[in-house]
Design a protein around this ligand. Sequence first.
Ligand code: HEM
Ligand code: HEM
Length: 212
Amino acid sequence: MDQESQQGKDGQRFVERHGRTQRLAHWWVTVFFAAAILTAPGDARGHTAVLVAHVLAATALIVGALVVLLGGDRQALAADLRALRFDDTDRAWVRSLRGKGAESRPVRWGKFNTGQKVTARALLVLVVALLLSGAFDAISGSKTIHPPLFAATMLVLAGHVFMAVVNPSTRPALRGMVRGSVDRAWARHHHPAWLDEVDPDPGSDPDPVPGP
Ligand code: HEM
Ligand code: HEM
């Protein structure tokens, strides 16, 4: 099993964050999203071969993602979907933005913080809208909201990739999406309630991060 192999390899320093199913689905979507960009036709009536390649890339994105999600570790996926729901932690964080005293205290994040939940929902809606608007433009031979939807998706993705690759305090999460596990000390600081759930540890971070 993934977690055991990570523990054996990394000892106590790392804790599993994303299983094989999540990682495969994530990088599959990323690769075919990039393929759809590289094959983007300028016009629905333009070069047919380019349009066919573009539609194939988008089809591979959605079919592959569905195969991985339906055939993969459903329990882990269900847990991630639950973790993406807005809950009291998000409400406490929103209150803490304006709060004083007790209300301004940093919250203890679960697996995802409010920013990640908003990003994940926005990306899901935008990718589905891209697929539908692209199909509409291909059939009608026109150019409607597909290009502006793509621009909106790229804006959200720019923030997502910045946090994953550039921002020093969130960059350690990239290891979780590549190798599966993250540094326990980082997790305790950024996602303490999640760490308590998956890997109870007596040591607690005295200074959790205040926001997403
Ligand atoms: C995640 C999936 C997709 C991405 C990232 C994507 C991206 C793009 C981009 C960047 C363009 C160029 C826009 C411009 O010229 O300003 C484009 C054009 C186009 N795409 Fe997609 N696309 C996706 C899915 C689809 C699908 C599923 C179809 C058809 C079934 C499709 C059909 C078209 C057509 C017909 C055009 C040219 C007309 C237009 O710009 O609306 N696309 N796409
Ligand atoms: C080079 C491009 C990308 C990089 C480096 C990247 C990196 C990451 C990382 C490191 C995580 C895990 C965050 C954590 O464990 O806290 C993550 C999660 C996620 N990624 Fe990406 N990603 C990329 C592209 C994409 C694309 C194209 C999509 C969808 C269109 C996407 C959707 C998501 C979602 C929904 C999550 C879960 C929620 C979240 O943590 O924000 N990512 N990504």
